[in-house]
Unconditional design. Structure first.
Length: 214
């Protein structure tokens, strides 16, 4: 490995260290309670070092937020081979819940915490771009519903209304669990409860779809 390649690797390793440390501190203390100085102290570097990689804390949060969507998009790719659009839609919901519950820290940043959206608004105002990283995942859901319509299901349904409704349903499930609002249910019952909720959604989708087909 040459000097240039080694320096690039060291730079990437430092960037990863900063992001991993920031995520841990955000989870332990809360986003609003952590500063760049706290992160620098944790990795035993000066705050000036962090400024070489990130403009401010908002940029760190925004970067972690983007990482979360990259991970989600990667998970979504795994279901695209399912031919039946209704079965794919059900799997889409299962995948979304699994992603959220296995990556609660990222999900919190992506869909619950308000902190990243300051940077999102700033970037949008700066270059006029839409929220591309988030819309990419949302568009896969829309495409799934569009495929259902082409297969004869949801013929009189607005795609955006259907996509937003289904997203809201699964988001509500995972948000309640991640934010510990399901304490009234024994922990050992929650997995079955989530599964049954998704089955309930699927059964109603199927019933609606079959009626539309006939």
């Amino acid at each position: 490995m040459g000097i240039k390649e080694r320096k690039e690797l060291e730079k990437q390793e430092m960037r990863t260290l900063i992001l991993d440390t920031a995520m841990k501190l955000f989870l332990e203390k809360g986003f609003e309670n952590i500063t760049l100085r706290h992160i620098a102290e944790k990795i035993e570097y000066s705050p000036a070092t962090i400024y070489l990689y990130f403009k401010d804390k908002d940029e760190i949060i925004y970067t972690l937020h983007r990482e979360g969507f990259e991970k989600l998009y990667g998970w979504q790719q795994k279901i695209l081979t399912i031919k039946d659009p209704l079965k794919r839609l059900h799997k889409h919901a299962e995948m979304y819940v699994s992603f959220a519950l296995e990556n609660p820290e990222y999900y919190d940043l992506m869909f619950i915490e308000r902190a990243p959206f300051k940077k999102i608004k700033e970037m949008k105002c700066k270059d006029g771009m839409n929220w591309e990283i988030g819309m990419r995942s949302y568009d896969l859901l829309r495409k799934n519903i569009e495929d259902c319509k082409k297969a004869g299901v949801f013929q009189n349904t607005n795609i955006d209304v259907a996509a937003f409704s289904l997203w809201s349903f699964v988001h509500g499930i995972v948000s309640l669990i991640i934010r510990e609002r399901c304490s009234m249910f024994p922990e050992e019952q929650r997995h079955d409860l989530v599964k049954c909720a998704l089955d309930f959604m699927q059964e109603n989708i199927l019933l609606t779809g079959l009626k539309k087909r006939s």
